[in-house]
Design a protein around this ligand. Structure first.
Ligand code: BES
Ligand code: MN
Ligand code: ZN
Length: 496
């Protein structure tokens, strides 16, 4: 989809469709008032008649109004004016795009950027409009023998009363990059495990490197052996697919600036291994590489933006399968950091590949390390699909990430990482064990990772509940690309 922003008056705008907001009780938004006046009050008449209520979810599509250059006018209910907030704004946009997608319109002009939404600035509104438009156009037909009907809607104009400034243009450009990054993340996430293997992810990283002039490196199992990554290697033992450790370096900042390192869990299929998962919904474990996919999507987005920041992606990728060679409950392995780990449950494999990747991340002399992982079912129970779990060894970093999530409507909730939980990982036979019992499962998983991140500023995002949706609308969400890109944009701003 193509996006542009410009000053435009609704009655003169030549588009297939003009989209205007109306508040509950029939109070027209400013742009709707202007059009109503120019066209001889057709909107006011519909309000009086009761067709246009302005209630949330109310949509009315009008054709060929006299005095209006556009072919159609779509009216969207905004809800109560006094209560108009970010959620109502976003709900109205979702309604608008769903309605537009049902028409044959190739282009539309939205008069939404001038609506006052609490303290939210213009850049925020631009971002949300672009991301929701892209969301409504997303189709996953990569593997259908006939492509899905392409959405007819191709162009969106963000119409403003005043000429938009540089900040608005930058926001539009960045939002487009984020939307494309999310598309990459969704496409990778939705691919099945027989196609999206560790090798496939490595190839995708190579393609990104070629397109955006990044540096990609792929470590093979023999390289990992030399580095002593026996924890990571223990996970891939039961698989026929070779594991990969993928790194991708984007150097947009000062040479001396220490990078932000993003570590993404890349389990291309998690069967549980010998601690085999139950069969129902096991297909969803193809999504166990969504951390990796979100890191690749974020790298693409910031490279496209040309962000002035150094960012390195580290992606440990493997399958977790049962087999004669697979790890068994009770096995003890030595991690790259030297700590020995008793594997009490082979299904707690994410932390086993992440711990060696986190140790490896220190090579890049990071300023900050953020790992992103579909790590625990317990996090889904705690926070559902609304917020990702957020853990950190530094409160200021947790605050920055939580704010980035709040801003981008890609929420993350700060969870505790108190030492009181660490004892749940005590092992009788090794330095630690890989599970901490039923209680506080997402926290003990984070505690496990914290043992390997003592030498740098670190945060962990558990995206088990937010990376994909189950049920009828099953599919990857592209989260937390909005959160991560917002965080990095803020970091680049601060580095100036
Ligand atoms: N990939 C899963 C986590 C997961 C489960 C994400 C369900 C989304 C939905 C992870 O590798 C896993 O299996 N974790 C176990 C850990 C347990 C054995 C301590 C879990 O959450 O059940
Ligand atoms: Mn698992
Ligand atoms: Zn897993």
């Amino acid at each position: 989809m193509e996006f542009s922003i410009k000053q435009s008056s609704p009655e003169k705008q030549r588009s297939a469709c003009i989209v205007l907001g109306v508040f509950e009780g029939g109070q027209l938004s400013h742009a709707a008032q202007i059009l109503d006046q120019a066209a001889g009050h057709p909107l006011s008449k519909l309000v009086t008649r009761g067709d246009v209520t302005g209630k949330t979810g109310n949509t009315v599509l009008l054709h060929t109004l006299s005095g209006v250059s556009a072919e159609r006018v779509l009216l969207i209910g905004l809800g109560k004016a006094e209560e108009f907030n970010a959620k109502q704004f976003l709900d109205a946009l979702r309604t608008a795009f769903a309605a537009l997608q049902k028409t044959i319109c190739k282009d539309a002009a939205l008069y939404f950027t001038d609506l006052a939404v609490g303290q939210r600035d213009e850049a925020w509104k631009i971002n949300q409009i672009v991301l929701l438009a892209a969301e409504s156009a997303y189709r996953c037909d990569q593997l259908k023998s006939k492509p899905a009907d392409k959405p007819s809607l191709r162009k969106i104009l963000l119409a403003c009363a005043k000429k938009p400034g540089n900040a608005a243009q930058t926001a539009l450009h960045q939002a487009g990059a984020i939307a494309r990054g999310m598309k990459l993340t969704k496409d990778l996430g939705n691919l099945p495990g027989n196609i999206c293997t560790p090798t496939y992810l490595a190839e995708q990283a190579g393609k990104l490197a070629e397109t955006y002039k990044l540096k990609a490196t792929v470590l093979e199992e023999k390289d990992m052996e030399k580095l002593g990554m026996h924890s990571l290697l223990s996970v891939t033992r039961g698989s026929r697919q070779p594991a990969k450790l993928i790194t991708l370096e984007y150097r947009g900042g000062d040479k001396k600036q220490k990078p932000v390192v993003l570590v993404g869990k890349g389990l291309t299929f998690d069967s549980g291994g010998i601690s085999l998962k139950p069969g129902a919904t096991m297909d969803e474990m193809k999504y166990d590489m969504c951390g990796a996919a979100s890191v690749l999507g974020t790298m693409q987005a910031i490279a496209e933006m040309g962000l002035k920041l150094n960012v390195v992606a580290v992606i440990p990728s493997s399958e977790n399968m049962p087999d004669g060679a697979a790890s068994k409950p009770g096995d003890i392995v030595k991690s790259m950091a030297g700590l020995t780990i008793e594997i009490l449950n082979t299904d707690a494999e994410g932390r086993l590949i992440l711990c060696d990747a986190l140790t490896y991340a220190a090579r890049f002399e990071p300023d900050t390390v953020v790992d992103i992982a579909t790590l625990t079912g317990a996090c889904v129970i705690a926070l559902g699909g609304v917020a990702s779990g957020l853990f950190s060894n530094q409160d200021a970093l947790a605050r920055e990430l939580a704010e980035a999530g709040e801003y981008s409507n890609d929420k993350a909730w700060h969870m505790p990482l108190w030492d009181d939980y660490q004892q749940q990982l005590d092992s009788n036979f090794a330095d630690l064990q890989n599970i901490g019992g039923r209680e506080a499962g997402s926290i003990t998983a984070a505690c496990f990772l914290s043992r390997f991140t003592k030498n740098y500023r670190w945060a962990h995002l558990d995206i088990a509940g937010t990376a994909w949706k189950s049920g009828k609308d099953k599919g990857s969400t592209g989260r937390p690309v909005p959160l991560l890109t917002r965080y990095l944009i803020q970091r680049a701003q601060a580095a100036k």
